[in-house]
Design a binder for this molecule. Structure first.
Ligand code: KG4
Ligand code: ZN
Length: 388
């Protein structure tokens, strides 16, 4: 089955074409085309994603990403498709996008695609709508069935995949239940996949998401956006130079007895520490970055550890942008090997940790196989969509 996947929930405009095969317990995904445009430079001055700018940038970049992905997949064949009149309604407020799409359709034939998968939540609603409306228009214009995908399911499924030497991603998921720690810029949650694609939310953040905490702390330390990789780089440097201590940060919710998280208190503690210390030198920045990263890692592990103890989880998957963090991966690997030797730990390969369309296509395949298509006339974006 060939899937065209579309992702615009935050600040990445991404479109991928996948050749998908196999069953739920063992599936494979060959990436035929992959277009990804990151808006991080655009949002850098704000230290976070600015929704109206994100929406406009998605509208500007989505046709170029479609062209790129189809070109990579050798599916850009000259021809003509007319944009059905119903699509005018979806794109009515997006004149430039509408004319870019009409021009694209007037130039190329319908590609050999079986399903279109699009992220319809959670995320920034204005950003989500660009992808959703674009997908609805393509679905009608090409007469290709549409599947709506939860962005967090994309992160979960991507974490279950492992690429072979040819880059084909294999998902083997015989062992259920699977515990998922989903950590991104917008979300922090522990979910249990009890049956294939059926989730129970065990806990979530009560305030800031982990990635958001990384980004906000980085901003306080005058580090560029997105802050996660910057803090991580400084913390790794501190470890390699044996620099530690000096900042005593609170471990929020460690003893709360539930699976919820809270990171805003930690962020405030960093603010106070910065006010007390005044301007930080390079070494102090490394020290603070390490203290912050170690604290976050410990909190994430302690909650996950308890969830592994009380559920029958056979496997642990970490997904979302923050799963790119080397320290979290290292500590989780060590602790799992030591305390839960029967549990397999899965972390996505680097390119699938942060937002991308490949993960949406992977989840799209599993949903499409079940015949879970949606009506392109009625699909809407849902910024607060949950997994459970
Ligand atoms: O999943 P994602 O791309 O977007 C959302 O769905 O939110 O996650 C982006 C987040 C940002 O907050 C970014 O700072 C964080 O992931 N991130 C990291 C690292 N790489 C990206 N956080 C910590 N360490 C990293 N290496
Ligand atoms: Zn994400």
């Amino acid at each position: 089955m060939r899937i065209l996947a579309i992702e615009t929930s935050c600040d990445e405009t991404a479109i991928a074409v996948l050749e998908c095969d196999g069953a739920e317990t063992e599936a494979s995904f060959r990436i035929l085309g992959n277009g990804l445009h990151s808006q991080s430079a655009l949002h850098a001055t704000y230290g976070g994603v600015f929704p109206s700018l994100a929406k406009r940038a998605h509208a500007d970049n989505i046709v170029p990403m479609l062209t790129l992905a189809l070109h990579d997949a050798n599916m850009l064949v000259p021809g003509t498709v007319t944009l059905p009149s119903a699509c005018g309604e979806f794109l009515a407020r997006e004149h430039e996008l509408q004319s870019a799409l009409s021009e694209f359709l007037a130039s190329y034939a319908r590609p050999d695609i079986d399903h279109i998968a699009v992220t319809y939540g959670p995320g920034l609603e204005p950003a989500l709508w660009v992808g959703v409306n674009f997908a609805r228009a393509l679905s009608l214009a090409w007469n290709i069935p549409l599947v709506g995908i939860n962005h967090m399911e994309g992160h979960f499924i991507a974490g279950l995949g492992a690429p072979d030497t040819e880059g084909v991603i294999h998902v083997r998921a015989a062992e259920l239940p699977i515990l998922g720690l989903l950590i991104s810029g917008g979300h922090t949650e522990l979910d249990l996949m009890k049956e294939w694609l059926v989730y129970e939310e065990l806990g979530a953040t009560r305030d800031d998401a982990v990635g958001e905490a990384f980004d906000k702390v980085a901003r306080m330390m005058d580090l560029p956006y997105p802050g996660g990789p910057e803090i991580s780089r400084l913390a790794e440097q501190a470890r390699s130079e044996g620099i530690e201590g000096g900042f005593d940060l609170p471990r929020p919710m460690l003893t709360s007895g539930d699976f919820d998280f809270s990171f805003s208190g930690l962020k405030t503690a960093v603010r106070y520490a910065l006010e007390t210390h005044g301007l930080l030198g390079e070494e102090e920045k490394m020290r603070l970055a390490r203290a912050f990263e170690d604290t976050v890692t410990e909190v994430l592990w302690k909650k996950t550890q308890r969830a592994l103890e009380v559920t029958e989880a056979q496997r642990l998957v970490i997904g979302g942008g923050v799963s790119a963090n080397k320290n979290i991966a290292r500590v989780f690997q060590e602790k799992c090997t030591q305390d839960f030797p029967h549990i397999t730990l899965s972390i996505p390969e680097r390119s699938l940790t942060t937002d991308n369309a490949v993960m949406i296509g992977m989840a799209g395949y599993f949903r499409a196989r079940r015949g879970e298509t949606v009506d392109p006339h009625t699909l809407s974006a849902n910024g607060t969509l949950s997994l459970a």
